[in-house]
Design a protein around this ligand. Structure first.
Ligand SMILES: Nc1nc2c(c(=O)[nH]1)N[C@@H](CN(C=O)c1ccc(C(=O)N[C@@H](CCC(=O)O)C(=O)O)cc1)CN2
Length: 303
């Protein structure tokens, strides 16, 4: 896929995740049409939301919109906050055997009292389009093809497009979550990077980060990474999205990286919004297409 992005002398090039995600979604829509012509099957994605978290409501609405945009079928299950673990597991059991559903996703975070590990692992690994269950996570750890979590996959597609061959580069991942940091580190390792993972107990992460040609930040701590963390010319991928209130009472989305400082030092950088976020949903559609292919054709086409 072709690369677009803007830069001014002395400023990092902007990595255009939104544009990349739009082109990827168009390509997937073409795959959906070809797949339908061959099998008379339209890929179907079931998204389950429990409770009323406002940010999650926005994300699942966008997922449904983009699913339709790609020509796929969207099945939304909005459950009340009071849903029990048994009720949620029973729904997943039904979706697992529903032939119209090729991908299942349970929006995170779940309300307290529901066990995200048990819920994620109840999803049939062939329909686990979030790639968060032990089967797909294990396949990734072993370097085998499988379904890769959407946000790290989106970061990797941007890196391969904007950096090219990643072999031999020093990569640092800040944050070790199951959703982003850990799978991201596995993907970078698979690409031949020398990978460092910083977490809550890491001593002097700033000094480690200054060695990194690629810096992926996924902590949820807005403004954690200042200019001093960044190696001149590095590629910075900011996964964090926090809504902060400004002095005038309005709100704004910011990342984990202090963008104005980082932009003067990095070689290329993702903005927030418009960077990694849109790639998460485009990669969800990509994973759903992959799952449908494997379920219908029995093809082993994992990443
Ligand atoms: N089951 C999952 N839960 C969650 C995941 C996930 O991958 N699987 N990721 C995040 C939330 N998320 C998708 O679910 C997500 C986050 C952000 C965006 C996005 O497009 N962000 C835009 C800004 C949107 C806005 O205005 O609020 C951007 O960054 O440009 C999409 C999806 C946690 N939960």
């Amino acid at each position: 896929m072709s690369v677009s992005g803007t830069s001014t002398p002395g400023e990092a090039r902007l990595i255009d995740g939104k544009g990349f995600a739009n082109r990827l979604t168009q390509d997937i829509a073409e795959d959906v049409r070809t797949f339908y012509a061959r099998h008379q099957v339209t890929p179907g994605l079931a998204v389950v939301l429990v409770g009323n978290d406002p940010a999650s409501e926005v994300y699942v609405r966008n997922k449904a919109l983009q699913t339709h945009r790609a020509g796929m079928r969207s099945f939304m299950h909005m459950l009340p906050e009071t849903t029990s673990q048994e009720e949620l597991l029973a729904l997943i059991g039904r979706l697992n055997v529903d032939p119209e559903i090729h991908g299942i996703l349970v929006q995170l975070p779940l309300p307290g009292g529901l066990d995200p590990v048990a819920v994620t692992n109840a999803i049939d690994p062939r329909k686990d389009v979030d790639g968060l269950g032990v089967v797909n996570a294990g396949r990734l750890a072993l370097g085998l093809p499988g379904i890769v979590p959407c946000t790290p996959l989106g970061c990797l597609l941007l890196l391969k497009s904007y950096v090219g061959d990643l072999r031999g580069l020093n990569a640092m991942v800040v944050g070790a979550s199951n959703l982003v940091g850990r799978p991201m580190a596995q993907l970078l390792l698979r690409e031949g990077c020398t990978v460092t993972v910083a977490h809550i107990d890491t001593r002097n992460p700033q000094a480690l980060a200054r060695q990194a040609d690629i810096l992926v930040v996924a902590t949820g701590c807005s403004g954690l990474v200042t200019g001093e963390w960044i190696k001149p010319g590095a590629t910075v991928i900011d996964v964090g999205i926090s809504r902060v209130r400004l002095d005038n009472g309005k709100t704004r989305l910011v990342g984990d990286v202090v963008f104005d400082e980082a932009r003067r030092i990095a070689g290329q950088i993702t903005p927030v919004p418009g960077g990694v976020g849109p790639m998460t949903i485009a990669c969800l559609l990509r994973n759903t297409m992959q799952a449908a292919r494997e379920l219908v054709e029995g093809a082993g086409g994992g990443v």
